[in-house]
Design a protein around this ligand. Structure first.
Ligand code: GLY
Length: 329
């Protein structure tokens, strides 16, 4: 770690939120925003990556009219799932190495209610199926053919999720024997969203087409409660993006929430779990993971291994993009 990073980490330990955002917000502005949040438990929604802004805009319409955090996160991420231009989520997601688009998603409320689907084919909104699993079944997780059968029985429509654009990229990949995934492009897979509503309820949603060109049958962190997402109204919520294997190995999102339970700020909690990932891997080259955390008072934080992890924040003050601080510049 560079000395610059150490200096920044020390600064962040003194801060309720960690944000350095040369291209977006200043740290002061975001800290002020965090203080305002904690004063009144105002609604807030935060989402990973630039496409998180589209999710937030829809989610905020719900939150700002006294809607629930659960509806906000579900309807918000559905926008991204349905957008064929986003090649890491839902319709138009990059396929596995055999050409299949397989989707993973989970949703969770702060009272412990949760639902999940994994290895789901042919249904573009897996988050809505995950919510149905939560609300309509005695189970938490359905996978593969079982998840699809359930979705069809619930009225979801089957469609071809492999767009021409993603098929072309897949065919190009097949031609390259020396291919290596591109960090922050093929690894910046997940739309993860956390929200706090006016009633003080937290919820989160996490949905992805997973790592590009993954092995057939591979499932990442995104549908796994505790790895890709964890929400507890007593404390706060956290979600992850990046290489799922590294997130699963550390029970990443649950661990961030547990760090907050022990008194760490959202930012400090994200840093602690990224440090754990660092200790568990021989090299972090090409390994990106980012966390978002939101506590029950509406304070938030973010941190990633490598730079360029952006996230969207929406409150009464409007919609802004920010850049998470990172372990490596
Ligand atoms: N974070 C999504 C995945 O690894 O599948």
């Amino acid at each position: 770690m560079t000395s610059k990073n150490w200096i920044r980490r020390d600064f962040l330990k003194l801060s309720t939120s960690l944000v350095t955002a040369p291209a977006f917000l200043s740290a002061c502005e975001t800290n002020a925003q965090n203080s305002a949040q904690s004063a009144g438990r105002k609604p807030i929604i935060i989402s990973t990556w630039n496409h998180g802004l589209d999710a937030n805009k829809v989610g905020w319409e719900i939150l700002s009219t006294s809607g629930s955090a659960l509806d906000a996160v579900e309807k918000g991420v559905m926008v991204v799932e349905s957008d064929p231009k986003v090649q890491t989520v839902g319709l138009g997601g990059f396929p596995d190495r055999e050409g299949n688009v397989t989707l993973d998603a989970c949703i969770m409320k702060g009272d412990g209610g949760c639902g999940s689907v994994a290895f789901l084919k042919g249904i573009k909104n897996p988050i809505a199926v995950a919510r149905k699993v939560m609300e309509e079944t005695p189970h938490i997780m359905l996978v593969g053919d079982g998840a699809k059968k359930f979705a069809l029985a619930q009225g979801f429509k089957e469609e071809n999720l492999l767009t021409e654009a993603s098929k072309k990229r897949y065919e190009e990949w097949l031609q390259k024997a020396d291919y290596k995934p591109q960090i922050n492009i093929e690894n910046h897979d997940t739309i993860s969203t956390l929200a706090l509503d006016a009633a003080g309820n937290l919820a989160g949603a996490c949905t992805t087409s997973g790592a590009a060109w993954k092995m057939y049958g591979r499932v990442g962190d995104s549908p796994l409660i505790a790895a890709g997402l964890f929400v507890d109204d007593e404390v706060g919520a956290a979600c992850a993006t990046g290489l799922g294997e590294a997130v699963i190995r550390t029970a990443g999102s649950a661990m961030v929430v547990e760090m907050m339970r022990q008194g760490k700020s959202p930012s400090e909690a994200c840093i602690e779990v990224v440090e754990r990932i660092r200790r568990k891997h021989k090299t972090l080259k090409d390994l990106q993971v980012g966390f978002l955390a939101l506590n029950k008072d509406g304070n938030f934080g973010a941190y990633s291994i490598h730079k360029d992890f952006t996230y969207a924040v929406s409150t009464d003050d409007g919609h802004v993009m920010d850049m998470a601080p990172s372990l490596f510049e």
